[in-house]
Design a protein around this ligand. Structure first.
Ligand code: BG6
Length: 285
Protein backbone atom coordinates (compact mmCIF):
# COMPACT_ATOMS: atom_id res chain seq x y z
CA UNK A 1 0.00 0.00 0.00
CA UNK A 2 1.49 3.36 -1.04
CA UNK A 3 0.14 6.87 -0.50
CA UNK A 4 1.54 9.17 -3.18
CA UNK A 5 0.51 12.08 -5.37
CA UNK A 6 -1.79 10.91 -8.17
CA UNK A 7 -3.00 12.79 -11.23
CA UNK A 8 -3.29 16.52 -10.52
CA UNK A 9 -1.30 16.02 -7.31
CA UNK A 10 -4.33 14.55 -5.52
CA UNK A 11 -3.21 11.97 -2.92
CA UNK A 12 -3.82 8.42 -4.09
CA UNK A 13 -3.54 5.04 -2.35
CA UNK A 14 -2.04 2.40 -4.63
CA UNK A 15 -2.63 -1.21 -3.66
CA UNK A 16 -0.88 -4.16 -5.25
CA UNK A 17 -2.15 -7.24 -3.48
CA UNK A 18 -1.73 -10.95 -4.19
CA UNK A 19 -5.29 -11.20 -5.53
CA UNK A 20 -5.91 -7.77 -7.04
CA UNK A 21 -4.73 -4.20 -7.47
CA UNK A 22 -6.49 -0.87 -7.10
CA UNK A 23 -6.00 2.89 -6.89
CA UNK A 24 -8.12 5.00 -4.55
CA UNK A 25 -8.03 8.80 -4.36
CA UNK A 26 -8.57 10.36 -0.91
CA UNK A 27 -10.56 12.95 -2.90
CA UNK A 28 -14.00 11.39 -2.64
CA UNK A 29 -12.55 8.07 -1.35
CA UNK A 30 -12.78 7.48 -5.06
CA UNK A 31 -11.80 4.04 -6.37
CA UNK A 32 -10.23 4.96 -9.71
CA UNK A 33 -9.18 1.49 -10.84
CA UNK A 34 -9.40 -2.15 -9.86
CA UNK A 35 -8.25 -5.35 -11.55
CA UNK A 36 -8.09 -8.92 -10.25
CA UNK A 37 -4.49 -10.24 -10.37
CA UNK A 38 -3.64 -11.10 -13.96
CA UNK A 39 -6.97 -9.71 -15.17
CA UNK A 40 -8.01 -6.69 -17.21
CA UNK A 41 -9.15 -3.43 -15.59
CA UNK A 42 -12.81 -3.65 -14.63
CA UNK A 43 -13.62 0.01 -14.07
CA UNK A 44 -13.87 2.70 -16.72
CA UNK A 45 -12.12 6.06 -16.39
CA UNK A 46 -12.59 8.91 -18.83
CA UNK A 47 -9.47 10.22 -20.56
CA UNK A 48 -11.10 13.62 -20.10
CA UNK A 49 -11.60 13.34 -16.33
CA UNK A 50 -10.53 16.26 -14.20
CA UNK A 51 -8.50 15.55 -11.08
CA UNK A 52 -8.99 18.81 -9.23
CA UNK A 53 -10.17 19.66 -5.72
CA UNK A 54 -13.83 20.62 -5.82
CA UNK A 55 -14.69 18.66 -8.97
CA UNK A 56 -15.77 15.05 -9.35
CA UNK A 57 -13.64 12.40 -11.06
CA UNK A 58 -15.34 11.01 -14.20
CA UNK A 59 -15.09 7.24 -13.94
CA UNK A 60 -14.23 4.64 -11.32
CA UNK A 61 -16.56 4.76 -8.34
CA UNK A 62 -17.74 8.17 -7.13
CA UNK A 63 -19.62 8.05 -3.82
CA UNK A 64 -22.83 10.06 -4.08
CA UNK A 65 -23.88 11.25 -0.60
CA UNK A 66 -25.95 12.68 1.09
CA UNK A 67 -28.11 13.46 -1.91
CA UNK A 68 -28.33 12.03 -5.43
CA UNK A 69 -28.56 14.17 -8.56
CA UNK A 70 -29.33 17.84 -8.13
CA UNK A 71 -30.16 18.99 -4.59
CA UNK A 72 -33.93 19.48 -4.36
CA UNK A 73 -33.66 22.53 -2.08
CA UNK A 74 -30.53 24.24 -3.45
CA UNK A 75 -29.80 24.34 -7.18
CA UNK A 76 -26.28 25.68 -6.48
CA UNK A 77 -25.29 22.68 -4.34
CA UNK A 78 -22.95 20.15 -6.01
CA UNK A 79 -24.71 17.40 -7.98
CA UNK A 80 -24.70 14.01 -6.21
CA UNK A 81 -23.73 15.55 -2.84
CA UNK A 82 -20.47 16.69 -1.29
CA UNK A 83 -18.87 13.30 -0.54
CA UNK A 84 -17.34 12.84 -3.99
CA UNK A 85 -15.74 16.31 -3.96
CA UNK A 86 -14.43 16.20 -0.38
CA UNK A 87 -11.16 14.67 0.79
CA UNK A 88 -11.68 11.61 3.02
CA UNK A 89 -9.21 10.29 5.57
CA UNK A 90 -7.43 6.97 5.15
CA UNK A 91 -7.83 5.36 8.55
CA UNK A 92 -6.68 1.82 7.93
CA UNK A 93 -4.86 -0.51 5.55
CA UNK A 94 -4.47 -4.20 6.33
CA UNK A 95 -3.77 -7.48 4.61
CA UNK A 96 -6.48 -10.05 5.24
CA UNK A 97 -5.56 -13.33 3.58
CA UNK A 98 -4.91 -12.48 -0.09
CA UNK A 99 -6.95 -9.26 0.12
CA UNK A 100 -6.02 -5.72 1.10
CA UNK A 101 -8.63 -3.86 3.15
CA UNK A 102 -8.61 -0.06 3.10
CA UNK A 103 -10.79 2.03 5.41
CA UNK A 104 -11.72 5.65 4.83
CA UNK A 105 -13.63 8.10 7.02
CA UNK A 106 -15.55 11.30 6.42
CA UNK A 107 -17.26 13.39 9.08
CA UNK A 108 -19.07 16.71 8.98
CA UNK A 109 -16.98 19.86 8.81
CA UNK A 110 -17.74 23.59 8.67
CA UNK A 111 -17.98 23.18 4.87
CA UNK A 112 -20.43 20.26 4.96
CA UNK A 113 -22.47 21.90 7.73
CA UNK A 114 -22.74 25.03 5.52
CA UNK A 115 -24.06 22.86 2.66
CA UNK A 116 -27.62 21.98 1.72
CA UNK A 117 -27.35 19.09 4.23
CA UNK A 118 -26.11 20.67 7.50
CA UNK A 119 -26.13 17.59 9.75
CA UNK A 120 -23.40 16.02 11.92
CA UNK A 121 -22.60 12.55 10.57
CA UNK A 122 -19.92 9.89 10.25
CA UNK A 123 -19.29 7.86 7.14
CA UNK A 124 -16.98 4.86 7.00
CA UNK A 125 -16.03 3.29 3.68
CA UNK A 126 -14.25 -0.04 3.48
CA UNK A 127 -12.70 -1.15 0.20
CA UNK A 128 -11.56 -4.77 0.02
CA UNK A 129 -9.22 -5.28 -2.92
CA UNK A 130 -8.85 -8.85 -4.09
CA UNK A 131 -10.12 -11.24 -6.75
CA UNK A 132 -13.44 -9.47 -6.12
CA UNK A 133 -13.85 -5.83 -5.14
CA UNK A 134 -15.99 -5.34 -2.06
CA UNK A 135 -17.29 -1.92 -1.00
CA UNK A 136 -19.01 -1.17 2.28
CA UNK A 137 -20.42 2.26 3.15
CA UNK A 138 -21.71 2.83 6.69
CA UNK A 139 -23.35 6.13 7.55
CA UNK A 140 -24.17 7.17 11.12
CA UNK A 141 -26.46 10.04 12.09
CA UNK A 142 -24.68 12.13 14.75
CA UNK A 143 -27.44 14.77 14.81
CA UNK A 144 -30.12 15.05 17.52
CA UNK A 145 -32.88 14.86 14.91
CA UNK A 146 -33.74 12.19 12.35
CA UNK A 147 -32.12 12.78 8.95
CA UNK A 148 -32.81 11.46 5.47
CA UNK A 149 -29.98 10.54 3.11
CA UNK A 150 -29.58 9.34 -0.43
CA UNK A 151 -26.42 7.43 -1.39
CA UNK A 152 -24.91 5.71 -4.40
CA UNK A 153 -21.78 3.76 -5.27
CA UNK A 154 -21.81 5.23 -8.77
CA UNK A 155 -19.77 2.50 -10.45
CA UNK A 156 -18.51 3.00 -14.01
CA UNK A 157 -17.72 -0.33 -15.69
CA UNK A 158 -15.49 -0.77 -18.74
CA UNK A 159 -17.23 -2.69 -21.51
CA UNK A 160 -16.30 -3.60 -25.04
CA UNK A 161 -19.24 -1.89 -26.78
CA UNK A 162 -22.46 -0.58 -25.28
CA UNK A 163 -24.35 -1.68 -28.40
CA UNK A 164 -23.61 -5.33 -27.57
CA UNK A 165 -23.93 -5.07 -23.77
CA UNK A 166 -26.80 -6.24 -21.60
CA UNK A 167 -27.58 -5.80 -17.91
CA UNK A 168 -29.57 -8.70 -16.47
CA UNK A 169 -31.28 -8.95 -13.09
CA UNK A 170 -33.71 -6.04 -13.31
CA UNK A 171 -36.36 -7.90 -15.30
CA UNK A 172 -39.82 -7.03 -14.00
CA UNK A 173 -38.57 -4.18 -11.78
CA UNK A 174 -40.38 -0.85 -12.37
CA UNK A 175 -38.17 2.19 -12.91
CA UNK A 176 -38.16 5.94 -13.30
CA UNK A 177 -37.03 6.83 -16.79
CA UNK A 178 -35.08 10.07 -16.27
CA UNK A 179 -34.57 10.55 -20.02
CA UNK A 180 -38.36 10.77 -20.33
CA UNK A 181 -38.51 13.16 -17.36
CA UNK A 182 -38.58 10.79 -14.36
CA UNK A 183 -41.51 8.91 -15.86
CA UNK A 184 -42.72 5.82 -13.93
CA UNK A 185 -42.25 2.87 -16.27
CA UNK A 186 -43.29 -0.76 -15.73
CA UNK A 187 -40.56 -3.39 -15.61
CA UNK A 188 -39.47 -5.13 -18.77
CA UNK A 189 -39.28 -8.93 -19.10
CA UNK A 190 -35.94 -8.57 -20.95
CA UNK A 191 -32.46 -7.68 -19.68
CA UNK A 192 -31.57 -4.01 -20.28
CA UNK A 193 -30.02 -3.35 -23.68
CA UNK A 194 -28.91 0.02 -25.04
CA UNK A 195 -29.98 1.84 -28.20
CA UNK A 196 -30.12 5.45 -26.93
CA UNK A 197 -29.39 7.59 -23.84
CA UNK A 198 -30.39 5.47 -20.85
CA UNK A 199 -30.87 6.86 -17.34
CA UNK A 200 -33.06 4.67 -15.15
CA UNK A 201 -33.68 4.49 -11.42
CA UNK A 202 -34.92 1.01 -10.50
CA UNK A 203 -36.63 1.00 -7.09
CA UNK A 204 -37.33 -1.68 -4.53
CA UNK A 205 -34.72 -4.12 -5.85
CA UNK A 206 -31.95 -5.91 -3.99
CA UNK A 207 -31.20 -8.13 -6.99
CA UNK A 208 -27.75 -8.99 -8.27
CA UNK A 209 -27.18 -7.47 -11.70
CA UNK A 210 -24.91 -8.97 -14.36
CA UNK A 211 -23.25 -6.89 -17.05
CA UNK A 212 -22.40 -8.97 -20.12
CA UNK A 213 -20.48 -7.42 -23.05
CA UNK A 214 -19.92 -10.70 -24.87
CA UNK A 215 -16.37 -11.10 -23.52
CA UNK A 216 -16.88 -11.09 -19.76
CA UNK A 217 -19.57 -10.92 -17.14
CA UNK A 218 -19.38 -8.55 -14.20
CA UNK A 219 -21.77 -9.47 -11.38
CA UNK A 220 -22.79 -6.71 -8.97
CA UNK A 221 -24.08 -8.21 -5.72
CA UNK A 222 -25.38 -5.89 -3.04
CA UNK A 223 -26.88 -5.62 0.43
CA UNK A 224 -28.59 -2.72 2.20
CA UNK A 225 -29.43 -1.20 -1.18
CA UNK A 226 -32.94 -1.00 -2.59
CA UNK A 227 -32.25 1.01 -5.75
CA UNK A 228 -30.15 0.36 -8.82
CA UNK A 229 -29.37 3.06 -11.38
CA UNK A 230 -28.38 2.20 -14.95
CA UNK A 231 -26.82 4.99 -17.03
CA UNK A 232 -25.18 5.53 -20.40
CA UNK A 233 -25.18 9.12 -21.73
CA UNK A 234 -24.99 8.16 -25.42
CA UNK A 235 -23.62 10.55 -28.06
CA UNK A 236 -25.07 14.00 -27.39
CA UNK A 237 -25.00 14.01 -23.60
CA UNK A 238 -21.43 12.65 -23.58
CA UNK A 239 -20.36 15.38 -26.01
CA UNK A 240 -21.97 18.01 -23.78
CA UNK A 241 -19.87 16.95 -20.75
CA UNK A 242 -16.55 18.80 -20.53
CA UNK A 243 -14.87 15.90 -18.71
CA UNK A 244 -16.00 13.09 -21.01
CA UNK A 245 -13.65 12.23 -23.91
CA UNK A 246 -15.13 12.00 -27.39
CA UNK A 247 -16.37 8.56 -28.50
CA UNK A 248 -15.70 7.09 -25.05
CA UNK A 249 -19.36 6.56 -24.26
CA UNK A 250 -19.46 3.25 -26.17
CA UNK A 251 -16.97 1.74 -23.70
CA UNK A 252 -18.78 2.39 -20.43
CA UNK A 253 -21.93 1.66 -18.50
CA UNK A 254 -22.84 2.72 -14.97
CA UNK A 255 -24.64 0.21 -12.76
CA UNK A 256 -25.03 1.97 -9.44
CA UNK A 257 -25.73 0.45 -6.03
CA UNK A 258 -27.98 3.00 -4.32
CA UNK A 259 -30.68 4.12 -1.97
CA UNK A 260 -32.23 7.05 -3.81
CA UNK A 261 -35.61 8.65 -4.39
CA UNK A 262 -38.34 6.48 -2.87
CA UNK A 263 -35.59 4.34 -1.30
CA UNK A 264 -33.87 7.22 0.57
CA UNK A 265 -32.94 6.24 4.13
CA UNK A 266 -34.14 7.94 7.29
CA UNK A 267 -31.81 7.55 10.27
CA UNK A 268 -32.85 8.28 13.83
CA UNK A 269 -30.31 10.07 16.07
CA UNK A 270 -27.36 7.72 16.57
CA UNK A 271 -28.60 5.20 14.00
CA UNK A 272 -26.38 3.70 11.28
CA UNK A 273 -27.01 2.15 7.90
CA UNK A 274 -24.69 -0.05 5.85
CA UNK A 275 -24.78 -0.64 2.11
CA UNK A 276 -22.41 -3.07 0.37
CA UNK A 277 -21.57 -3.87 -3.22
CA UNK A 278 -19.34 -6.64 -4.53
CA UNK A 279 -18.05 -7.04 -8.09
CA UNK A 280 -17.02 -10.41 -9.52
CA UNK A 281 -15.73 -11.00 -13.04
CA UNK A 282 -16.09 -14.22 -15.05
CA UNK A 283 -15.67 -14.97 -18.76
CA UNK A 284 -18.89 -14.66 -20.79
CA UNK A 285 -20.53 -17.99 -21.55
C1 BG6 B 1 -26.28 9.23 -13.02
C2 BG6 B 1 -27.56 10.00 -13.09
O1 BG6 B 1 -26.26 8.50 -11.85
O2 BG6 B 1 -25.19 10.14 -13.01
C3 BG6 B 1 -27.54 10.83 -14.36
O3 BG6 B 1 -28.68 9.13 -13.07
C4 BG6 B 1 -26.32 11.73 -14.38
O4 BG6 B 1 -28.74 11.60 -14.45
C5 BG6 B 1 -25.08 10.89 -14.19
O5 BG6 B 1 -26.27 12.42 -15.62
C6 BG6 B 1 -23.78 11.69 -14.13
O6 BG6 B 1 -23.85 12.69 -13.17
P1 BG6 B 1 -22.67 13.69 -12.98
O7 BG6 B 1 -23.12 14.67 -11.94
O8 BG6 B 1 -21.49 12.88 -12.52
O9 BG6 B 1 -22.42 14.33 -14.31
Amino acid sequence: VHLAPGVGGLPIVRVTGRAGSAEVYLHGAHVASWAPAGGAPVLWMSAGSRFTPGTAIRGGIPICFPWFGPNAADATAPAHGFARVTEWQLSGAAEVGDDVVLTFHLTDSPATRASAWPHPFEARYTVTVGATLRLELTVTNRDTVAVTVEEALHSYFAIDDIHRTTVAGLEGVPFLDKVAGATPTPGSPEPVSFTAETDRVYSGTTATTTIDDGARRIAVTKTGSDSTVVWNPWIDKAAAMADFGSQEWTGMVCVETCNVGADAITLDPGASHTMTAEFTVTPAA
